[in-house]
Design a protein. Structure first.
Length: 283
């Protein structure tokens, strides 16, 4: 059954693939003759879930065959590595498998699709899978979008995760940081991303809290000391300009908190006062 949201699935890559009928063409292979695919997109296997699957296999057997290709005297897994690993845990000697003849690109595509359908890939594994399709097989983001049934923007956003510092990538891969966290971190300059990822993970911030934290990094509040220093320099500059214009010493007393204040204009004789008054009331 193709998972909603993917649009295209294994059936789109394998014309004769039918999950309901595939068992009829299965053969029993010795587990020791089967090996994982070294370029398989998935690199992390949850031990607890693997144990649960092994228990299910012990009780019911392997219900859906794995998909393999011949690789010399052995068989390489295209899809179903979890079932193969769980079968080993369950103590089985053989496993049902469908043997196909695919080239390297088709093997990788099928493995990627199968994992995406089962939501077995963490965000970094998914992004790395897309990057391999680009680097190894020259596929464009548009082509990958068509093959995996996701929008081009979804593919592009996944690939952006790989531009984060290695520490942030590791935290996302481990599930400590979500894709939502990653999107916010990406808005920071590269020099701030690693430390931000560490702080967000250490404090267990939500995505919304992360947005506020990142905003504070991008627009740090000025300290009271800095604000006072800037205001003092500004008022001093105004005092100088007005003093020159008036021809006498002028002092501005400003209340920083209230915004109120007064201007003091000095005079040194009755004639000086009259001169200043004439300037102030001159029409």
């Amino acid at each position: 059954m193709v998972k909603k949201g993917l649009g295209r699935g294994l059936g789109a890559l394998i014309p004769d693939y039918d999950e309901n009928a595939v068992a009829s063409g299965a053969v029993e292979l010795k587990l020791i003759d089967v090996e994982p695919n070294g370029s398989q997109p998935r690199s992390d296997f949850d031990k607890e879930k693997l144990r649960e699957l092994a228990d299910s296999i012990t009780a019911h057997g392997v219900i859906q065959p794995i998909l393999v290709v011949k690789n010399g005297a052995r068989y390489q897994i295209i899809a179903g590595e979890r079932r193969w690993r769980a079968s080993k845990l369950a103590g089985l000697k053989t496993i049902p498998a469908i043997v196909r003849d695919y080239d390297e690109l088709k093997v990788f595509e099928v493995a990627l699709i199968e994992n995406l359908q089962r939501e077995d890939l963490n965000p970094i594994e998914e992004a790395s899978g897309y990057k391999s399709l680009i680097d190894r097989f020259g596929m464009t983001q548009e082509k990958i979008s068509e093959r995996v049934g996701k929008s081009r923007s979804a593919v592009a956003n996944a690939l952006r995760l790989l531009s984060l510092p290695s520490e942030a990538v590791a935290l996302i891969s481990a599930g400590t940081l979500s894709v939502g966290h990653a999107k916010v971190i990406l808005s920071l300059p590269a020099r701030l991303q690693a430390e931000a990822a560490r702080q967000i993970a250490a404090k267990g911030l939500t995505v919304r809290e992360t947005e506020a934290y990142v905003k504070s990094l991008l627009h740090p509040a000025r300290s009271k000391t800095e604000e006072h220093s800037e205001l003092k320099a500004y008022l001093s500059s105004i005092e100088t300009d007005v003093s020159r214009a008036m021809g006498t010493k002028v002092r501005i007393r400003h209340g920083a908190s209230s915004g109120k204040g007064k201007i003091e204009i000095q005079y040194y004789s009755n004639e000086d006062l009259e001169r200043l008054l004439n300037r102030l009331v001159k029409k």
